[in-house]
Write a protein that binds this ligand. Structure first.
Ligand code: HEC
Length: 147
């Protein structure tokens, strides 16, 4: 009887301590795992995009400025914010080739289901894919994807 009680008490307190330790252990492990993940993410994302973003800023942005995209795409009103690398990139990335992607299709007013509806609501921006700013968009595609 006496023994059983003692051992019960022991178990309870042992469980209590054990529980706390495990919880704290988990907290420490979880937070170091998070820090590890965050570091990996930061390293990856900076390695992947830094050079390409610099290319975008040096080569694509001047073309956007020259072709008056800012008239409509600056500020909060009309998305995407085309001067932001991460906002314009998805349009370039959707497609299969330098001259077959959503950005080129919109800018040349190609491929709309309804022929009388503009593919880009802001109008056709390249009379053909080989003139600016589309020529630069195709070079940008090479920079991003032809590696
Ligand atoms: C006359 C105003 C105007 C100009 C100038 C203009 N756009 Fe737009 N653009 C729009 C509007 C309006 C939309 C549609 C926004 C929406 O659907 O919310 C749009 C949408 C877009 C989209 C997204 C298309 C989609 O279907 O989601 C891209 C990419 C884009 N414009 C790129 C450009 C680029 C690059 C330039 C300069 C070469 C430019 N635009 C110039 C008005 C303009």
């Amino acid at each position: 009887m006496h023994n059983k009680k003692t051992s019960n008490n022991k178990n309870t307190s042992a469980f209590g301590t054990d529980h706390m330790t495990k919880k704290e252990d988990f907290k420490i492990k979880a937070s170091s795992a998070l820090i590890g993940l965050a570091t990996i993410f930061l390293v990856l994302s900076s390695n992947i995009s830094q050079a390409d973003e610099a290319y975008f800023n040096a080569n694509v942005v001047p073309q956007l400025a020259q072709h008056t995209c800012a008239t409509c795409h600056v500020g909060q009103y009309i998305r995407p914010r085309v001067f932001e690398y991460r906002e314009l990139l998805p349009y370039l990335a959707m497609g299969t080739a330098r001259d077959n992607n959503v950005l080129i299709a919109k800018m040349t007013n190609a491929r709309h289901l309804l022929p009388d509806v503009a593919s880009h609501p802001g109008g056709q921006k390249c009379s053909s894919k080989d003139v600016e700013p589309c020529a630069t968009f195709m070079k940008w595609w090479d920079e991003e994807f032809k590696k």
